[in-house]
Structures are given as structure tokens and as C-alpha cells.
Design a protein around this ligand. Structure first.
Ligand SMILES: Nc1ncnc2c1ncn2[C@@H]1O[C@H](COP(=O)(O)OP(=O)(O)OP(=O)(O)O)[C@@H](O)[C@H]1O
Ligand SMILES: Nc1ccn([C@H]2C[C@H](O)[C@@H](COP(=O)(O)O)O2)c(=O)n1
Length: 231
């Protein structure tokens, strides 16, 4: 470099998709923190808009009512992987969006095309504004939101492993009931008409069933570094 400054790597866009409980959030946050990138949890955005619908008495089983209200709430995502945030109309909803009620309704709300159009636009603008690049995790990032991402990862794991992980999180939860709920949500997310949960043709699939979280993080960091090195 003429001015003696260290060369800076170009911004890198990483898309991480996969079914529930495969480790997308944990992996994406850690990879982003390790590589100095921003981080976006797109599931939190769909949960936030679902929370707003429920809080405002909108029937989440009525796609017309959901579509009519799609433009009303203002959703803001903070993208620091060390402390991601999510607000709706200025209210911190990080806790309320994880309730069983929101979890049971988010697939129906996120299947409404007007909701997807609004949230997809928001996600693209956040990714474009990330100075050093971003890790974006969700269900349709590699296929629809950021089809030109530099690296696409599709995480998988057996339903048994995912249920065991989730039951460990929700202390005392019944593993079989957790497994059935995960399978039901994945089926709804995979079968909707507009940008369903799917692996992009050019995504690298990583089966995390038998891997520890640190092993998955190391695998993805290596893939990003190889991409940056042009391998
Ligand atoms: N490879 C792994 N081995 C063991 N536990 C893991 C692994 N990856 C993630 N976990 C744990 O599994 C749980 C679910 O992980 P995480 O929330 O990252 O999944 P997710 O794919 O983002 O789920 P969702 O789509 O439902 O938000 C967390 O408690 C996390 O610590
Ligand atoms: N890109 C995305 C991200 C999430 N969703 C929907 C479908 C999920 O069931 C729900 C919650 O996501 P989670 O917090 O479990 O990651 O949000 C989607 O449709 N597209």
C-alpha cells in the first residue's frame, strides 16, 4: 500500500439458511464476531412483525388482514453480533418475540407475500449498508434475499439432535413434543408458495448432527476465509 495502511478485505456477504434448531443463530453470530462482520437474524424480524400483529389484535390466520397491516409497524434490527437488537416502533421486543404464542403463529404470518416483500426489502438494505460485510441467517437468504451472496451455507441436523438442543434450552421441555413442533414448523416454512425454506443450488451443505458448535463455527470461518482468498 502506498500510504502504508494495511489492505482491507472487500465486504463479504454470507448467507446461512436451514431448518429450525440447526445452529444458524449461534453459528452466524460467532462467525460474524470472529471475522468483524455485521450479523442479521431475519427470523427475529418475522417474529417481530408477528408479535405486532398479535399485540394489535390482527387475526394471524387471515392472510388478507395480515397483508393489510404489513406496512404499519417499524422494525429496526441492530447488527452487532456481540449484542444484536430488535425493536418494533421503538419498543425492545427481544424477549416477547420468543414466546410460544409468537413461535406458533410466525409461520402463518411469514407466508403472506406482502409481509415477505416488506421484510425482504429491509433485509437487502441492511446487508447493503454493512461496511465490512455481513452474515445473514434465515430460510430464504441464499435463494431469494441475497442470491448473489459470496458464500451460501445450508445447515442441517437430524430432528432428534435439533429437538435435544432445543429441549436443553427450554429446561424441562418434553423432547418428543419439541421434535413434533420443529417438524411442523419446518413443513409449513418449506411448503409456502413465496420463497420457502430451501437450499440454494450453489450452497454448501453442512450436517451439524454430529458436530459440536465450535466445530461448525470453525468450518464456516474456514469456508469464508477460503472464499476471500479466492480458492
Ligand atoms: N452443533 C451444535 N451442537 C450442539 N448444540 C448446538 C449446536 N449448534 C447449536 N446448538 C444449540 O442448539 C440450540 C439452537 O441453536 P440456534 O438457535 O443457533 O439454531 P437456529 O438454527 O438459529 O434455530 P431457529 O431457526 O429455530 O432460530 C442452541 O441452544 C444452541 O446453543
Ligand atoms: N428468512 C426467514 C427467516 C425466518 N422465517 C420465518 C419462518 C420461521 O419459522 C420463523 C422464525 O424463525 P427463527 O427465529 O426460528 O429462525 O420466521 C422466514 O420465513 N424466512
Amino acid at each position: 500500500m502506498e500510504n502504508g495502511a494495511a489492505p482491507t478485505a472487500p465486504a463479504v456477504i454470507v448467507a446461512i439458511d436451514g431448518p429450525s434448531g440447526t445452529g444458524k443463530s449461534s453459528t452466524s453470530k460467532a462467525v460474524a464476531a470472529q471475522l468483524g462482520l455485521s450479523y442479521l437474524d431475519t427470523g427475529a424480524q418475522y417474529r417481530a412483525i408477528t408479535w405486532w400483529m398479535v399485540s394489535n389484535g390482527i387475526d394471524t390466520d387471515d392472510p388478507h388482514a395480515v397483508a393489510a397491516a404489513a406496512g404499519k409497524p417499524e422494525i429496526v434490527s441492530g447488527t452487532d453480533p456481540a449484542g444484536p437488537t430488535i425493536t418494533v416502533d421503538g419498543v425492545d421486543v427481544a424477549g416477547p418475540i420468543r414466546t410460544p404464542e409468537v413461535t406458533s403463529k410466525v409461520s402463518a404470518v411469514s407466508a403472506v407475500p406482502e409481509i415477505r416483500a416488506r421484510i425482504t426489502e429491509l433485509q437487502r438494505s441492511i446487508a447493503a449498508a454493512a461496511p465490512l460485510g455481513i452474515v445473514v441467517e434465515g430460510r430464504d437468504i441464499g435463494t431469494t434475499v441475497l442470491p448473489d451472496a459470496d458464500l451460501k451455507i445450508f445447515l442441517t441436523a437430524s430432528a432428534e439432535a435439533r429437538a435435544a438442543r432445543r429441549s436443553g434450552e427450554l429446561k424441562g421441555a418434553d423432547v418428543n413434543a419439541t421434535r413434533e413442533a420443529l417438524i411442523k414448523r419446518d413443513a409449513a416454512d418449506s411448503s409456502r408458495k413465496t420463497s420457502p425454506l430451501a437450499k440454494a443450488g450453489d450452497a454448501v451443505e453442512v450436517d451439524t448432527t454430529a458436530l459440536t458448535l465450535p466445530q461448525v463455527i470453525e468450518c464456516v470461518v474456514t469456508l469464508v476465509e477460503e472464499k476471500r482468498a479466492g480458492k
